[in-house]
Design a binder for this molecule. Structure first.
Ligand SMILES: Cc1cc2nc3c(=O)[nH]c(=O)nc-3n(C[C@H](O)[C@H](O)[C@H](O)COP(=O)(O)OP(=O)(O)OC[C@H]3O[C@@H](n4cnc5c(N)ncnc54)[C@H](O)[C@@H]3O)c2cc1C
Length: 363
């Protein structure tokens, strides 16, 4: 039996573990499980395959396929674990609430409409109805019908339950990796709970992936983008779609009577504490779009560290024989996880088609 080790129990490591062929391998997932030192539990859960893209790239195409896979993934997780990841498809309204952001919005709309005629700008009367408090001369919006959302926190927990149902997969939590050594054809992973031998090693450690590869003298930089998020409860019932402002502030309706308000973006910030000014910005910007949300109470606020690469394109594939990496999914890791899990698992098993699909992201 092959011993396969995955470092990182975020959505990437778990999605690969869920898809790996286990007739000839044991899979050991390792995670240090330090609260807030991850992204997957922190995410808004938007499946923004169209919201996030301005041009036709390999990543856009993967994102569109992955969005399509999410309903089936949600059903499979429900069957396997009994957990409901709250998949919803009420669409997303993209808003520019400042004059300077309108050209960006229009550019994106032109690109999206060239692929999808269902995407429409909101008319003046729709704008007035939706956003009565925005200055109509300074704002614009369009609606994407098909960008849904899930509960990212429950999704990550469901992936854990799902992989643990596989007899050949195990998870070591509260286990920090502090070194990696090359050994013959494989690797030795040095952890806080002792050394672990790996015939195959997969680094899926989010923003920390680059630091782990450094142990093997491999330079593959990954950086953190810290985000502040909050969850509020409100009786406001006028919103089913996600609202996403070009300035980065979004409102994602969650069950029951809750709204996830995100998110700030601070590059190269590893801190795990909420920043008061950032939380005030979230309140101000979300209430500019939906003033009724001022009548709410905060359930909790938190932070997460998004993994980004210098060119903002994820890195996915083979680094060296029996050494693989997947990281840098920045704001779209939840969305991309179904397809990345499938492709990386196939690539590790030598599938040439998966290898070709992942070629634009090769380390
Ligand atoms: C505020 C916020 C909002 C977001 N919103 C969305 C969204 O709406 N839609 C979307 O698609 N994406 C969103 N994202 C992005 C998404 O969450 C990430 O791209 C994705 O979760 C990355 O997954 P990952 O598995 O690569 O990393 P992580 O979830 O960070 O997992 C990496 C794991 O590696 C472990 N690890 C690291 N180093 C070590 C070590 N030395 N030893 C042991 N374990 C280690 C960590 O403990 C962690 O559990 C958001 C992110 C944030 C922070």
């Amino acid at each position: 039996m092959l011993q396969t080790v995955i470092i990182g129990a975020g959505v990437m490591g778990l999605s690969i573990a869920r898809q790996l062929e286990t007739t000839h391998r044991n899979v050991q997932i390792i995670d240090r499980s330090t609260p807030r030192m991850n992204a997957s539990y922190a995410a808004g859960g938007m499946l923004g395959a169209q919201n996030e893209f301005f041009e036709d790239t390999s990543l856009y195409r993967l994102a569109m396929k992955s969005r399509e896979m999410m309903p089936e993934t949600a059903q499979a997780l429900q069957r396997e674990t009994g957990m409901d990841i709250e998949y919803q498809k009420y669409g997303l309204i993209k808003v520019a609430s400042n004059l300077k952001d309108i050209p960006t919005l229009e550019k994106q709309l032109a690109f999206l409409q060239s692929h999808d005629h269902s995407i429409k700008a909101l008319s003046s009367s729709e704008m007035t109805k939706r956003f009565p408090h925005l200055d109509l001369d300074q704002s614009a919006a369009f609606k994407i019908q098909d960008d849904g959302q899930i509960n990212a926190n429950i999704y990550t927990q469901a992936l854990i339950q799902s992989v643990l149902k596989r007899p050949s997969v195990s998870l070591m939590t509260h286990t920090e990796t502090y070194g990696i050594l090359k050994e013959n054809e494989g690797y030795t992973v040095q952890t806080s709970k002792g050394d672990i031998k790996a015939d195959e090693l997969i680094i899926a450690a989010g923003a920390w992936s680059g630091a782990l590869l450094n142990h093997l003298d491999i330079q593959l930089p990954t950086h953190p983008v810290k985000g502040d998020v909050k969850l509020i409860a409100s009786d406001y019932n006028g919103l089913k779609e996600t609202i996403f402002n070009v300035n980065g502030c979004y409102i994602v309706p969650k069950k029951p009577n809750r709204f996830l308000i995100g998110a700030t973006s601070e590059f190269d910030n590893w801190s795990t504490e909420n920043n008061d000014d950032n939380i005030k910005w979230l309140d101000r910007e979300s209430q500019r779009m939906i003033p009724e949300l001022a009548h709410s109470h905060t359930i909790k606020s938190w932070t997460g560290i998004r993994p980004i690469t210098p060119d903002e394109v994820p890195i996915m594939g083979t680094v060296r024989p029996n050494l693989y990496v997947t990281t840098g999914h920045y704001r779209n890791g939840i969305l991309l996880s179904p397809i990345v899990g499938e492709l990386m698992a196939k690539l590790i098993d030598g599938d040439t088609k998966a290898h070709a699909t992942l070629a634009p992201f090769t380390p």
